[in-house]
Ligand binder design. Sequence first.
Ligand code: DGY
Length: 321
Amino acid sequence: MSQPIVFSDKPLSKEIQTYLANHVKLTMWEEAHKLKREQLFEKLQGVDGFMTSGELINEELLQKTHSLRAVSTISVGYDHFDLDAMRKHQIIGTHTPYVLDDTVADLVLSLMLATARRIPELDALTKSGCWKKGDSRQLFGVDVHHKKLGIIGMGRIGEKIAKRAKFGFDMDVSYFNRNRKEDVEQQLGLHYQELEVLLSESDFIVLMVPLTNETKQFIGAHEFTLMKPTSIFINASRGQTVDEEAMTEALLTGEILAAGLDVYEQEPIHPTNPLLNLKNVVTLPHIGSATSETRDAMAMLAAKNIVAALTGAGACYKVQN
Ligand code: DGY
């Protein structure tokens, strides 16, 4: 039987290529610039499996790629999958849970610390040579340890954040989630709070929900008015889970103290976005899982997923049944 054909829209490491070569025929896009959509449609002709990390898989693409049977995303989030269209065309979708949980949780704690202690701002000040003796009060931040943390979305990454905050920083951790998780509450000493209570009581609010129709603009103007003027808001989920205009307004008017952001409504963020001019915002270019070790582990898991999806050998992390 001939081997299935897999196309990857970005280069893969030698190790992953060697693994895939044992199971499938691999072709890759190796240019530094992103493949254009029309070029992608051409590349996918005759292909059985597609490895990507953000390409929109929708009706348009599936109508143009009749041979496709599976799409493996190198990410845990799969909001770029139109699940209805994939179901209709009987395309298996897979993703990469578990291997990135600790890395994303580390980044969330980094954002909390960087925002509370104003690390990027003070780094710039020190390097500019403008640090003067006697101006220390202007450099003060706020404490993270022993504060109240509210986590919205208690999935696997939420749990890792809670563990770090609770046992590393002695924080008082609450959470809001679609389903209450009493086992996690007991194990980590967390409290469940209704959303409005969590928003109005927390010093740090971390948003960690997947992007779905229900979570689009989950945090908007009303939610920002509930937060304390001293609160710090962190988003490492997806940009569209927040009404960005309302968040900008809340930051400008002092409705909240600061924000730490890894994600934006539009990515890459437009250079004229007013968020980029705010001192009380720490911005990152969507790097939640971006360490060498974790990205390699995600790519290997995605490779194993596509092989399993196409050959039926082994299990894969499907996004739907
Ligand atoms: C994911 O895997 O969905 C992350 O957002 C990538 O950093």
